[in-house]
Every structure is written in C-alpha cells, then in structure tokens.
Unconditional design. Sequence first.
Length: 190
Amino acid sequence: MLDRLLELDTELFLYLNSLGSETWDAMWLLITDELTFVPLYAILLFLIYTKYGLKPLLIMVLVIAAMITFTDQTTNIVKRSVLRFRPCACEEIMDTIRYIAERCSSNRSFFSGHASNSMAAAVFGGLVLRPYYKNLIFILLFWAFIVAYSRIYVGVHFPVDILCGMLFGALAGSGFYKLNTFLLKRFISE
C-alpha cells in the first residue's frame, strides 16, 4: 500500500514538474527564495501593529518566532527520521525531471519546510487579522499554496511532502494562534 502511494506520488510529481517551462523558471525561482516574501511579512507585522498596538505586537513577534522555530525544527526532525530523498537526488528519476534550483540539497525531502513554514505563517497571520480583514486569510492561504507548489516546480519536493508540510503548518499556525490569544488575554487584558 505504501509503495503504491509513493509510486503515485512520484507519477504526480513527474507530471506537475513537467508542466514548467523556461519562460516561467525565473518567476518560480523567485517565489521559492526564502527572502522574497520578507516585504509581505513586514506588511503583516505593520498591520498587526496598527490594529493591536506595540505591546501586543511584541508578544506576537515572540509567538511567531517560537512558531517558526517549532515548525522548522519539527520539519528537520521528521526529515532525519523518514530519510526520503528529494526528487533531484532520486537516482530513478533525477535524469528525467526539470530541476532548476541552484543545488540539490543533501538533506531529505519529507516533509517540506517551505510548505510548513509558509502555511503556519498564513494561518497565524490570517487568524490574527481576521477581525479586521475578513478575506486576508484566503489571500495568505493562496500565497502559501503558491510557495509550496514552487518546491515541486523547481524539482526538490514530491506532492506528499508538500501536502504533509502544509497540513502540519496549518496545525502549527492554528495552535500558535491559540497560544497567542491566551498570552494576549493574560498579559494585555489585565
């Protein structure tokens, strides 16, 4: 059963990865770069500041730092435990895929840190700002999906890596949002 799932995952990866073209490669490389969305994060922090003020913002920055650390480190622990090769390092398919990333990292593939971190940030930011910007969460979820898909496009993650990373990120974002709500009530509402 697991072998069949992995086989289907590889087939879906090969299909999705083959949809790319040189015309769009630069755009997807920009999307997959971790620093590309620093302005988006800055805008979200600014929106939080304007709606909540400085003291809540400082608490949220600490919660966000803890969330990203938790998500990133959990991703690394799982990668070291599962030991699934990245598509660009799989000898069976590495010569047939479109691989456009700068390098094929020697670390493992399952699950995607980009997918988990971007989804955690999207869920957290969307929930925090939901009272003020009702549709923002949908924009952020779309952004997280695009970041996650970029990992398939550049040839470094399988679809299951992406889906599991997004699911874990959504759970982490929701959990840290609840922690944030508790901390704000405890330290700000006194």
